[in-house]
Design a protein around this ligand. Structure first.
Ligand code: CTP
Ligand code: MG
Length: 559
């Protein structure tokens, strides 16, 4: 019961209990890392893509009978897998074992009879289940798979149950990571979008990249997509007589102009014909032109780009690093979460550090351990086989795909120790003169005067964190220093056995999530920082830790 402090009503307690058991159940069945151990990144992505092509997304009425529903669909073929989720209504994802089932299902599906308006007759794999009104009552509800991350209050309750910081970091990772079902849904949304783009470019494929596939995705994160036209550019073998045919095509002024033109047309099509796609924005002037929209039935915010193969390769690189040692994901999830709670990162683009930059910072830090926990990118290139060769726009993006070729050095540091050292490392890093380079695994002289310089792993003349200004970097550094300092306090490190049931203070990782006294975002706190001597800041911080557990953290979450 001591975990429920601050929760007033029985209803709140019940809700929390059910959330926590759902998170625990999920943690057991998730698997980005487990089930797929021996498969390469490409093979995993291809399998998921192929499953999505055989799947449909069905909006269900508030009451219906699961078995009857499945029986009805089974007339079109064997169902491999299905699950339900709730997002402004109930939805079912149903995966058939054969793609023919989809054609059969579509043949027996009708366009809706629309009154007062008119329907765009675009037949997609987003369907609605019609259930006879007289059969609605007394149907047991199916189990829903959670698609949103737990609240910060729930997280801190979960963490307080653990016995060590290591367990906390593992628990955080398991509670936040994408579930198998959520990844399936992401691939399905890409596949549905692919049907729209395929109306113009039948050979195209829409592939997810970024945190959907790199192993560091948190429930609720955006879906980054690439419109992959490589299949179209594949050349046919010339034979014999020397004669050949070529397609007549329109030409654009540059690759970029062609990408912009394709994206603008597909954006328009998604806007006007794409069921469930709303709020379509063309952001074509960005360095990497994109179409942004929300896909309502899944609740995903989507960013569709084109001609962006390097980004796919950097997703693969991060995936590989995440697979090599479980501590990598524990550290990345905890640093990303810590940064988000303290507004070091934001969902709005701006001068702040991004999750991608943070992840590269963690990788670099792990390359610096002695002995190193992660190999350099150069090493991953050396280990590559002939089939791994990959050059994109003049950049060598070759990395080993067979993870069994990588030998790791024996480093037995705990995740907790590494997290503490991460904060110490970046709390003292010479950002003013050094740049971060994971290719060499060494810091290098900064080639330009931007606040934070993190070399892009593949496009080596680019800085991943060009957007970050000095103020935001300073906030990050200060917060690292503060967290490193907190990590040395025994009242933070240990789950105190002497605590009575009424006063469970946040300890371990939870304590690092409490409001910071030094790194506030606004002017007010900056002024305060200058006036206050360090000793009184530290006192405030310690006082804030003595406030009752869940409440303090939960308040910050709802702010
Ligand atoms: N990317 C890049 N250079 C940047 C920013 C992004 O190459 N300066 C690439 C990376 O491959 C990154 C992907 O674009 O993984 C998607 O970017 P973003 O959505 O910002 O990062 P995610 O890793 O997807 O993290 P998040 O959960 O915040 O979406
Ligand atoms: Mg993303």
């Amino acid at each position: 019961d001591r975990f429920y402090l601050g929760l007033e009503t029985q209803t709140q307690k019940r809700r929390l209990t059910s959330t926590i058991s759902a998170i625990k159940a999920q943690a057991g069945n998730n698997t980005v890392s487990k089930a797929k151990e021996n498969k390469t990144f490409q093979v995993i992505q291809e399998e998921r893509r192929e499953q999505a092509e055989r799947s449909v997304l069905i909006s269900c009425p508030p009451k219906f009978n699961e078995n009857k529903f499945l029986d009805y669909l089974s007339k079109h073929g064997t169902i491999n897998k299905h699950f339900f989720y709730s997002s402004y209504g109930t939805y079912a994802v149903v995966e058939f074992s054969s793609e023919e089932s989809i054609s059969s299902l579509k043949e027996s599906t009708n366009l809706p009879a629309v009154e007062h308006e008119a329907a765009v007759p675009f037949k997609s794999r987003l369907l609605s289940l019609k259930w006879p009104g007289n059969q609605m009552n007394n149907q047991p509800m199916p189990t829903f798979q959670e698609q949103s991350p737990p609240s910060i209050g729930d997280i801190s309750q979960l963490l307080s149950e653990k016995d060590s910081i290591d367990e906390q970091l593992q628990c955080l990772t398991e509670a936040l990571q994408l579930t198998e079902e959520n990844i399936n849904l992401r691939f399905l949304v890409c596949s549905l979008l692919g049907d729209i783009a395929g109306a113009y470019f039948p050979e195209c494929i829409i592939r997810p990249f970024g945190s959907t596939v790199n192993g560091f995705g948190k429930l609720g994160c955006d879906v980054d997509m690439i419109l992959d036209l490589d299949g179209i550019y594949a050349t046919s073998q010339k034979k014999g007589s020397g004669l050949s045919l070529e397609y007549q095509v329109k030409r654009g002024a540059s690759e970029r102009a062609v990408t912009q033109s394709i994206l603008s047309v597909i954006g328009k099509c998604v806007d006007q014909f794409g069921p469930g796609c709303v709020g379509v924005q063309n952001i074509l002037q960005a360095r990497c032109p994109l179409v942004r929209f929300s896909h309502q039935p899944s609740g995903f915010q989507c960013d569709l780009t084109a001609n962006n193969r390097v980004a796919m390769k950097s997703s693969e690189l991060l995936f590989i690093y995440g697979q090599l040692d479980p501590r990598v994901r524990h550290l990345v999830f905890s640093v990303r979460y810590w940064a988000r709670v303290h507004s070091i990162t934001s969902s709005i683009p701006g001068a702040w550090i991004t999750n991608f930059s943070l992840t590269v910072l963690v990788v670099f830090f792990l390359q610096q351990r002695s002995p190193p926990i992660l190999p350099t990118l150069d090493r991953l290139t050396e280990l590559a086989g002939p089939s791994d060769k990959c050059v994109i726009e003049g950049n060598d993006c070759t990395i080993v795909s067979d993870l069994s070729k990588i030998t790791l050095q024996k480093n037995t540091d705990t995740s907790a120790k590494l997290l503490q050292e991460f904060f110490e490392f970046y709390g003292n890093f010479p950002f003013n003169k050094a740049s971060i380079n994971i290719r060499k695994g060494k810091e290098q002289t900064k080639p330009e005067t931007t606040a934070l310089y993190i070399q892009n792993p593949f496009e080596t003349t680019l800085n991943v964190s060009k957007n970050v200004n000095a103020t935001q970097l300073e906030r990050f550094v200060k917060l690292c220093q503060e967290s490193a300092w907190l990590f040395q306090k025994s009242e933070i490190l240990n789950r105190s056995s002497s605590q009575s049931a009424e006063t469970v203070s946040p300890w371990g990782f939870s304590a690092l999530l409490l409001p910071s006294v030094t790194s506030g975002a606004g002017m007010k706190s900056r002024r305060k920082r200058k006036l206050e001597p360090a000793s009184s800041r530290i006192k405030t911080l310690l006082d804030s830790l003595k406030i009752k557990g869940g409440e303090t953290v939960a308040k910050k979450g709802s702010a």
